[in-house]
Design a protein around this ligand. Structure first.
Ligand code: NAP
Length: 299
């Protein structure tokens, strides 16, 4: 039996593992897909304090090595169910593990556009995070796809550093705030491409442009681009916890800055919980908060 089981080996989960292990607790991390989480797909990280530049995969590798050196165990198993009790049970596709408390750090997945070849260009012109990767497109031409607040904010941010920003949205009204959209309309280097769907991505080794067609399936045009920022929402993956842990209407685990859920001894850390800023730094912060709360709970 473990003191702490952490579900998810992204920045939040592995930071929690480091803190719990350093507090002398036995820790098992369960990861369904890739160690390191979302950051491992980011070509460069330049906004983590004291690290001027590092690749996302190296950041993830370092964090994993740090946790492993402290005796943290990791299994590549997909969690299917958790059961509460004085001894908590975590069921996976491969078996069941027991522990005193659980930290859920399952992160989110960026929703994809669904365009053909989109995955081929990730890190080669296609990005899901303007804050993380925008600086790499300084002075260049980019597009943002989406019509929510994230897309509007990304377009505004990029307009300050890029030569030209296209905002491509499938409808003629925005889901995001009117004021943000109005502000974009005043920016000389921002062009709104509305009622339009990206139908194709162009390029050999890296993205060179997109084809957009009107939503009604009419006219199409090619737009040459250096980068495409896909900002069409995020998807939390918390449905397996829904029987036990409270989720909000969007599927995020309801937990505040203390990372406590509605169930004693079950904590939520990082992007999977209700919060307004989802960044590497806030994931690391949550990991430490959740781990120390877990240590306190175990006593
Ligand atoms: P969102 O509000 O869900 O918006 C997603 C946008 O992507 C929508 O405009 C949607 O189009 C479009 N979309 C979805 N799937 C698409 C597809 N396959 N192809 C093309 N377009 C697609 O997501 P978000 O912008 O990431 O925001 C998430 C939440 O965080 C929201 O509640 C938002 O208000 C909040 N947020 C708030 C702030 C703030 O400053 N207050 C900042 C960022 C985010 P349709 O509109 O046609 O459905």
């Amino acid at each position: 039996m473990y003191d702490v089981i952490i579900i998810g080996a992204g920045c939040a989960g592995l930071t929690a593992a480091v803190y719990a292990a350093r507090a002398g607790k036995s820790v098992l991390v369960l990861e369904a897909e890739n160690i390191g989480g979302q950051i491992s797909f980011s070509p460069k990280v330049e906004n983590f304090p004291s690290i001027k530049q590092i690749s996302g995969s190296e950041f993830a590798d370092n964090l994993f090595e740090q946790a492993s050196a402290l005796g943290v165990e990791l299994e590549l198993e997909r969690v299917t169910k958790i059961v509460d009790g004085e001894i908590k049970k975590v069921y996976t596709e491969d078996g069941v593990h027991e522990c005193r408390c659980i930290i859920i750090a399952t992160g989110v997945k960026h929703r994809q556009l669904g365009a053909e070849r989109e995955e081929d260009f990730v890190g080669k012109g296609v990005s899901y995070c303007a804050i993380c990767d925008g600086a790499f497109y300084k002075g260049k031409t980019v597009a943002v796809a989406g019509g929510g607040n994230s897309a509007l904010q990304s377009a505004a941010l990029l307009s300050g550093m890029c030569e030209k920003v296209y905002l491509i949205h499938r409808r003629d009204t925005f889901r995001g705030e009117q004021a943000k959209a109005d502000e974009l309309r005043t920016m000389p280097n921002v062009e709104l491409v509305l009622n339009s769907i990206i139908t194709d991505l162009a390029g050999e080794d890296a993205l060179t442009g997109v084809t957009v067609c009107t939503s009604q399936g009419g006219e199409c045009r090619d737009i040459p681009l250096d980068g495409l920022f896909v900002s069409v929402g995020q998807i939390p993956e918390n449905s397996v916890f829904a029987d036990l842990v409270e989720l909000d209407e969007s599927g995020y685990i309801v937990a505040g800055e203390d990372c406590k859920t509605n169930i004693k001894g079950i904590f939520a850390a990082g992007d999977c919980r209700t919060k307004s800023i989802r960044q590497l730094t806030t994931a690391a912060a949550d990991g430490s908060v959740a781990a120390l709360a877990a240590v306190d709970f175990i006593g």
